[in-house]
Design a protein around this ligand. Structure first.
Ligand code: MN
Length: 734
């Protein structure tokens, strides 16, 4: 196992200003935290974080990354907490270690290979600091190097995951060397026979052509220096995995593979690349279709090089990769190399890099940071992987990955899984805890939807969800439900009207007279009656033209004492408030400071349980609105007036809050009394009642209530809806 001073020495070799004390403290702390824990190999567990740190010293990374590597498994596998790391090593290192812990948790659900690309995005999104990814990749590399100690049945899964997720991730951030090693190790465990066969063949070729490689190297070097080009030429054999991939992809046999050998030509300047290419093409015939210029058109991961294949010495087809030393560093170490360049070469080469780097906006930005003289540490810290900032990635309880736009809620999640699930969603658990269905999801959240079969999504959700799919489905579901409700109500009204007229009712009879009512179906007629668009007496007349109704004068409200009048005051649970009476006491809302006057929006304000926002009106104070309030659109273009506020209620509080409910009910004597009683029984106050009669069959009543909270209000609305005389109940917000 690596000694304490050895670790410090490894870092000191490339960083003379190493924080020795910090490294030593991390070493001792992690050693004690892991204590007697053992690896599958039987080694002390602590040897693993040390090896991971050693891999990262090869990449010449900064102190914080090395320390994070030493500590990377402490939160996950020991009793260490984030707070403790913060206290001992500072919050920057605490954040790195916590990021690594988060990724470890995600590993549990990464079973589906087909979700590889999404998973990589998730990793990039979760690891806000690129150093987290670098440590994670080094961690995976060491685990792969020691995979043969792990029980057989676990190996395939880990190797497959490495091939599907971590190797492409390494490629994505440009770390070819790491990628090749990960692929090689994974291939060896997944297809041991194929690996063995190819490795044997490559070995034979190496033995046969070893001298050839040397000869070609020398010949190329000689040709270049004769033309005044300083070039380092190295020949190499393809890796077993890349040979295998090529054989798979092109369905060709080993014998048909032409370019098992490749030569790397490293030169000083960009123009030397093109001069070297000219020399190679003059000296040997080039193979058509194999020329690629990734210098003028870099790959997505910033890889730059010239590729060509020539028929070289001994009629051997060889691939040539021509690049500058700097391009080579980037090809091997990717993003880590950018950090090195500050130290290694000062200003050199960075300008054209910044100009040509087109793949990553963040890379460009961070390169600019570098150009302004920041330290490599800061460079890495600011290299946040903001590629997927517009998305959040969440999981189903079974580990399925659901990608959603930022701002999405559990309701969006439910609809993304299945429309049926969305339509029946009544609650949600996020990471095992009950959460509001309209809360914002975060990366990595596991979401479980609580469902109820006869549920109809509230129309107000339409405005609160983030995805078009959820919005359209909610609209459809509420429209359907409302139609069903109206048709059901219409049937009651029609049946009653026929009974009053002493005539028999049947759907078939109504079917015969549909043209007369200008409707297409019985349901249409019933729904129209339910909505008050067709008067029930007219339906009777359509079926029985001889029927003539003494139309009563429009019903008026009963006066006190008349039949139908319900004495509200007599009901013990009810209490009318005197309009304009003193509210008294402060409004219980957190997020507000000072003594600015606070009030609720008029005509239906917020009640505890609503998501709320405060709108500041200079000189007047703050008005609290429920988040679904239509009035808020007036302030859309004035974000500085929006205040983030929350309820701050005492459990014991018996305070009541104003809310407005509009109920449409059948125009029958006693309706008002019945509804008022029903409301009173829940313990709510009725502040005011207003009426509109919008058709002979219906009357609309506006109740200004005082309720304890959203649950109380929903309970009242549900009870009103369940009442046989009521056709529709809605909450109104100001
Ligand atoms: Mn580890």
């Amino acid at each position: 196992m690596m000694r304490q001073y050895e670790l410090v020495e490894r870092v000191r070799k490339y960083n003379p200003n190493v924080d020795e004390d910090l490294l030593n403290r991390a070493y001792v702390y992690a050693m004690q935290a892991h204590g007697a824990q053992k690896r599958a190999s039987g080694d002390p567990y602590f040897s693993h974080p040390l090896e991971v740190a050693a891999i990262l010293t090869d990449l010449k990374l900064d102190d914080a990354t090395i320390v994070a590597a030493v500590l990377h498994d402490t939160i996950e596998d020991t009793s260490t907490t984030r707070e403790e790391i913060d206290r001992l090593f500072g919050p920057r290192i605490g954040k790195l270690v916590e990021g690594l812990t988060k990724i470890d948790k995600l590993d549990l659900v990464s079973k589906q290979a087909r979700q590889g690309e999404n998973f990589r995005k998730l990793l990039l999104a979760v690891a806000e600091d690129v150093r987290v990814l670098l440590v994670k990749l080094a961690d995976r590399l060491h685990n792969m190097r020691t995979l043969h100690f792990v029980p057989m049945e676990k190996r395939a899964r880990i190797a497959q995951e490495t091939l599907d997720i971590y190797a492409p991730l390494a490629a994505r951030i440009g770390m070819q060397k790491l990628r090749e090693e990960l692929e090689g190790l994974a291939f060896r465990h997944l297809s041991p026979e194929a690996y063995q066969t190819i490795e044997t063949r490559l070995h034979e070729l190496r033995a046969k052509n070893g001298r050839n490689i040397k000869r070609i190297e020398e010949e190329l070097t000689h040709e270049f220096s004769a033309r005044g080009i300083e070039a380092a030429v190295t020949g190499r054999q393809k890796t077993p995995y890349s040979v295998w991939r090529k054989m798979e992809r092109k369905s060709i046999s080993f014998e048909q593979l032409s370019d098992i050998f490749g030569f790397r030509i490293i030169v000083g300047e960009v123009e030397d690349c093109y001069r070297a290419l000219g020399v190679a093409h003059t000296k040997w015939p080039s193979v058509p279709g194999r020329f690629k210029d990734y210098i003028s058109t870099p790959k997505q991961n910033d890889y730059r090089s010239i590729h060509t294949t020539v028929v070289g010495p001994g009629h051997q087809r060889v691939e040539l990769q021509i690049r500058t030393a700097q391009m080579h560093e980037i090809a091997r170490f990717g993003i880590a190399a950018h950090a090195l360049y500050k130290d290694a070469t000062g200003q050199e080469g960075r300008d054209d890099l910044a100009k040509e780097s087109r793949a990553y906006r963040w890379l460009q930005e961070t390169l600019e940071l570098l150009a302004h003289g920041d330290s490599p540490e800061e460079f890495l810290e600011h290299t946040r992987l903001e590629l997927f900032q517009d998305q959040v990635f969440c999981f189903t309880p079974k580990g399925g990955l659901i990608a959603l736009p930022r701002g999405a809620t559990p309701i969006d999640f439910a609809y993304a899984v299945h429309t049926k699930l969305g339509n029946s969603a009544v609650g949600a658990k996020i990471n095992g805890r009950v959460a509001p269905v309209l809360s914002q999801l975060q990366n990595g959240d596991e979401v479980e939807i609580v469902r109820a079969d006869d549920h109809i999504p509230p129309a107000a959700w339409e405005a609160a969800v983030a995805t078009g799919k959820a919005r359209a489905a909610i609209r459809r579901a509420t429209r359907e439900a409302v139609r069903r409700q109206y048709a059901g109500l219409g049937r009651q009204i029609v049946e009653r009207a026929f009974a009053r007229a002493n005539r028999a009712y049947a759907d078939d009879k109504l079917k015969g007279v549909l043209p007369r009512l200008a409707r297409h179906s019985v349901d249409d007629v019933l729904a129209a009656v339910g909505r008050g668009e067709i008067y029930s007496g007219d339906v009777v007349k359509a079926v029985y033209p001889d029927f003539s109704e003494e139309r009563k004068a429009q019903q008026r409200l009963p006066e006190p004492g008349e039949p139908g009048w319900f004495d509200i005051k007599a009901s013990s649970n009810l209490m009318f408030k005197v309009p304009g009476a003193e509210q008294g006491g402060a409004i219980p809302i957190r997020g507000l400071r000072g003594d600015v006057p606070v009030r609720f929006a008029e005509k239906g304000g917020a009640v505890p349980g609503d998501r709320i926002v405060g709108i500041l009106t200079p000189g007047e104070g703050i008005t609290i609105y429920p988040i679904q309030s239509p009035s808020l659109t007036n302030y859309d273009d004035q974000p500085d007036r929006w205040l983030d506020v929350r309820w701050d209620l005492d459990e014991e509080s018996r305070e009541l809050f104003p809310a407005r409910v509009v109920a449409t009910a059948l125009n029958e004597p006693g309706t008002l009394g019945a509804l008022a009683t029903l409301i009173g029984e829940t313990g709510a106050n009725i502040d005011n009642i207003g009426f509109t009669a919008h058709s002979p069959d219906f009357r609309e009543m506006t109740f200004d209530l005082e309720v304890a909270d959203l649950k109380h209000l929903s309970d009242i609305i549900a009870r009103l809806r369940a009442h046989p005389l009521v056709s529709k109940v809605e909450r109104v917000v100001g």
